[in-house]
Design a protein around this ligand. Structure first.
Ligand code: 5AD
Ligand code: SF4
Length: 441
C-alpha cells in the first residue's frame, strides 16, 4: 500500500463537493495520492454536513461502518472535515474513538500537518474560523469532465434563525474576481463546458467594489462556450443589475435558485429572512420581465416553530403562484446554537411530515405540468453522458437545468450541445427526439 493514499467521501451541499476538490488539491501538493478505493487508502476523510440532524446521523452510521477498516488497518487515519468538525469539535474525538483528526472548513491548509501527526499517533483538532481565508491560490484537484464547481465566496452573514452555517462556516468573504476568471479559463482549456459559481449567498459577493453581476459577466465573457450557473441567491440581495447581466449573456443559464423557505410573512420574520413575500413575488416578476423564459427553483422548510395550518397554506399558495421548476423541501430540524433552537419545536412530527408531503406532492404536480407544456418545443441540451436507464440514449440538461434524455447518434459526444424536440415528459425528465448538434459561442 502506498504510504500516503487518501480517500475522501463528501456529504451535503455543493460547497462541500468543491471543498473536497480543494482538500485533494492541498494534499496532492504535499505528495499524497488520491484513491477512489477505500481499501487502498491509509487516510480516510469524511467531508460532513450539519445542516439537519439526519445529515449528521448519516455520518455517525458511516463511522460505525469504518470501524472495520480501523480493525483491519489500525494505522489508517480517519478524519472528519466540514461543518460537523466545526460544530462538534472535541466531542468527535472523545466520543468516536476511531476519529484521529477533526478539521473545519477554514483550516484545510494545515490538514497535511494534522495527518502527519496522526501517523505518529497524535490526534488533532483544527477548527479556527477565519475572516480572510478564501484558498484563492489553491488549485482544486479535478478529474476531467464536463461540469465543475468554483466557490467564489465562503461563509455567510445572514444568520437565518434556523441555520447552522454562519456558525460552521464563519463570516462571509469573497475570492478575487481575477483568480476566479483565470480558473474558468483554465477549465475551458481543459474542455469543461459548464461551471457553477458557488456561495451561501452569492449576491453579496464583493471584490473591492466589483459585485456578483460584474463577476458573472466577466466569467461569461471569459468562456463563451461554457454554460455559467450560480447558486445560492438570497432574495434580499438579488439586484436588477444581476438580472440584466443574466439576460445579456446567452451562456449564463436562465435559472435562479431562490430559496423562499416559507410563504408566511410571520414565519419569514421569525426566520430572520429579512424580506416579505410581497418583495419576493415582486422580484420573481421583475426577473420574468427582464429574462424571458427564466425558471426558478427554491428551498422550503415545513414545520418551523409556531407554523400554523394557515402559514402552511400560504407556502402552498406561493408555490402555486411562482410555479417553481424544482424545489428542495425539508422538515424543520432544530440546530443547537441557532436562534430558533431556543424557540419551542412545537409542530408535532406527524404534522411536519404531513405538511412536507403536501409540499412535495404539489411540487411534483407543478413540475409535471411545466414539463408537459414543453412537449413539441425545442430545447438545447449539453450532453453529459449515457442515460442511466439505457445505453441507447444520451442524457444532459437544458439551460433551465432539466434532465433530458434522447436517442444516441454516432456523431454526438459528451460535451456537445444538441437541439432536441421534446416528445414526452414526466415530472423529473424530458424525453426528446431528432437530436441535432448546435454551435454555441
Ligand atoms: N432545518 C431544515 N432545513 C434547513 N435548512 C437549513 N437549515 C435547516 C434546518 N435547521 C435548509 C434551508 C436552506 C437549505 C440549504 O437547507 O431550506 O436553504
Ligand atoms: Fe443559512 Fe440563511 Fe446563510 Fe443560507 S442565507 S447559509 S439559510 S444563514
Amino acid at each position: 500500500m502506498n504510504k500516503n493514499s487518501v480517500y475522501i467521501e463528501t456529504y451535503g451541499c455543493q460547497m462541500n463537493f468543491a471543498d473536497s476538490e480543494l482538500v485533494m488539491g492541498i494534499l496532492k501538493n504535499k505528495g499524497f495520492e488520491v484513491t477512489r478505493n477505500i481499501d487502498d487508502a491509509n487516510v480516510i476523510l469524511l467531508n460532513t454536513c450539519s445542516v439537519r440532524d439526519n445529515a449528521e446521523q448519516k455520518i455517525f452510521h458511516r463511522l460505525d461502518h469504518l470501524k472495520r477498516i480501523k480493525r483491519e488497518n489500525p494505522q489508517a487515519v480517519i478524519g472528519i472535515l466540514g461543518c460537523m468538525a466545526e460544530r462538534l469539535r472535541k466531542r468527535l474525538i472523545e466520543e468516536k474513538k476511531i476519529v484521529d483528526v477533526v478539521v473545519g472548513p477554514d483550516e484545510y491548509r494545515r490538514l497535511p500537518e494534522y495527518i502527519d501527526h496522526a501517523f505518529g499517533g497524535e490526534k488533532g483538532i483544527g477548527v479556527k474560523l477565519s475572516r480572510t481565508e478564501t484558498y484563492d491560490d489553491i488549485i482544486p484537484y479535478r478529474e476531467d469532465g464536463i461540469s465543475a464547481w468554483i466557490s467564489v465566496m465562503r461563509g455567510c452573514d445572514k444568520f437565518c434563525t434556523f441555520c447552522v452555517v454562519p456558525f460552521t462556516r464563519g463570516r462571509e468573504r469573497s475570492r478575487s474576481l481575477d483568480s476566479i476568471v483565470n480558473e474558468i479559463k483554465s477549465l475551458s482549456e481543459r474542455n469543461f463546458k459548464e461551471v457553477t459559481l458557488l456561495g451561501q449567498n452569492v449576491n453579496s459577493y464583493n471584490d473591492e467594489g466589483r459585485d456578483f453581476a460584474d463577476l458573472l459577466g466577466a466569467c461569461a465573457n471569459a468562456a463563451p462556450d461554457m454554460r455559467i450557473r450560480f447558486t445560492t441567491s438570497h432574495p434580499q440581495d438579488l439586484s436588477d443589475k444581476l438580472l440584466y447581466t443574466i439576460a445579456e449573456h446567452d451562456n449564463i443559464c436562465n435559472y435562479i435558485h431562490l430559496p423562499v423557505q416559507s410563504g408566511s410573512n410571520r414565519i419569514l420574520e421569525l426566520m430572520n429572512r429579512t424580506y416579505t413575500i410581497e418583495h419576493y413575488l415582486n422580484l420573481i416578476e421583475r426577473a420574468r420581465n427582464i429574462i424571458p423564459g427564466v425558471s426558478f427553483s427554491t428551498d422550503i422548510i415545513a414545520g418551523f416553530p409556531t407554523e400554523t395550518e394557515e402559514d402552511h397554506r400560504m407556502t402552498l399558495e406561493v408555490m402555486k403562484e411562482v410555479k417553481y421548476d424544482g424545489a428542495y423541501m425539508f422538515k424543520y430540524s432544530p440546530r443547537e446554537g441557532t436562534k430558533a433552537y431556543s424557540m419551542k419545536d412545537d409542530v408535532p412530527e406527524e404534522i411536519k411530515i404531513r405538511r412536507l408531503n403536501e409540499i412535495i406532492d404539489l411540487q411534483q404536480q407543478i413540475s409535471y405540468e411545466i414539463n408537459q407544456s414543453l412537449i413539441g418545443k425545442e430545447e438545447v441540451v449539453l450532453v453529459e453522458g449515457v442515460s442511466k436507464k439505457s445505453d441507447e440514449f444520451l442524457s444532459g440538461r437544458t439551460d433551465t437545468n432539466k434532465v433530458a434524455v434522447f436517442p444516441k447518434r454516432d456523431d454526438i459526444k459528451v460535451g456537445d450541445y444538441v437541439k432536441i424536440e421534446i416528445t414526452r415528459a414526466t415530472s423529473a425528465t424530458l424525453f426528446g427526439a431528432s437530436p441535432v448538434p448546435v454551435e454555441v459561442d
